[in-house]
Write a protein that binds this ligand. Structure first.
Ligand SMILES: C[S@@+](CC[C@H](N)C(=O)[O-])C[C@H]1O[C@@H](n2cnc3c(N)ncnc32)[C@H](O)[C@@H]1O
Ligand SMILES: [Zn+2]
Length: 267
């Protein structure tokens, strides 16, 4: 991160859209709205009236499981592929739906500034603890506390896709790097759970106002260590869908990882 001032230049108050500045271990705007920095260094800009549930986004179990599974290295190839597909040097990067910041942290070493936004306080807490270079914010990505035309690159990895909001915050020549699951992603587990062929996930063209300028498929199989299965299941909806029972029958086995990485530019 170049400096906190570079980040503050592009943030805005979620309440009144005014500039934010540092005051008394928090951020303040000229209307008097104040937001505390947490002990870990992130800031909560999610207003109570924007919450649909008491504890939105990934819960604590999912966030911890995602952290443990990613730290075990199973998605390292995806992380490396992303960093090869775009030159992050001198760029202002927003990871929209950053989770525990696994990809954000990697980009933070290359970019000028990185901002990670997620609605899950549990995920952001872990991210901020693991990565001191990125500025982490709890917020909905459907209502970003970020000024218009200020971001060079949005990372959007297995996360919701608010097209209009991305359109608003991106610079004219800005890009979205999107990662979605390919049709064979975790197919062995899906087949076990649904007791039928895993249904292919159709590639969704969520960004209709953008041009897809490149697309890359990354597929590999990897042995999952028996101890890591629980985390893999817990970080997906499988856990609440028969996963707990399935876990008892699972032994170390090969699982398919299948990703599609798309780069989108404004039309
Ligand atoms: C499948 S996880 C992916 C996290 C991360 N990108 C990764 O790949 O490790 C989806 C994330 O989106 C977050 N999320 C869901 N709805 C959101 C919203 N409206 N605004 C911000 N984040 C949201 C969840 O809390 C969760 O961390
Ligand atoms: Zn304000």
């Amino acid at each position: 991160m170049e400096s906190i001032q570079n980040i503050l230049n592009i943030l805005k108050c979620p309440n009144c859209n005014r500039d934010l500045y540092i005051k008394d271990k928090g951020l303040k705007c000229d209307s008097g709205h104040f937001f505390d920095f947490s002990k870990q260094g992130y800031i909560n800009l999610l207003l109570a009236n924007m919450k649909k549930t008491k504890d939105p986004g990934d819960d604590e179990t999912m966030a911890k499981a995602r952290n443990a599974f990613l730290e075990a290295g199973y998605f390292e190839r995806l992380r490396d592929q992303i960093s090869q597909m775009y030159d992050f040097t001198n760029k202002i990067v927003l990871d929209a739906g950053c989770g525990i910041g696994y990809y954000t942290k990697d980009i933070a070493d290359k970019a000028a500034s990185t901002i990670g936004v997620d609605i899950s306080k549990h995920a952001v807490k872990i991210a901020a603890k693991n990565d001191k270079k990125t500025f982490y914010i709890i917020s909905s990505i459907f209502n970003l506390p970020i000024k218009d035309n200020s971001i060079d690159c949005i990372l959007n990895i297995f996360a919701p896709k608010p097209q209009q909001e991305f359109q608003r915050v991106l610079k004219n020549d800005g890009v979205i790097i999107e990662v979605i699951p390919g049709e064979n992603h975790l197919k062995e587990i899906k087949t076990d759970i649904y007791k039928q062929d895993a249904k292919p996930i159709l590639e969704k063209f969520a960004f209709t106002d953008f041009d897809r300028t490149s697309s890359h498929k990354l597929t590999y199989m990897q042995n999952i260590h028996a101890n890591d299965y629980e985390n893999l299941l817990k970080m997906t909806p499988f856990w609440y869908n028969g996963g707990q029972k399935l876990l008892e029958s699972l032994k170390a086995m090969q699982v398919t990882f299948d990703f599609v990485i798309n780069i989108w530019r404004r039309k």
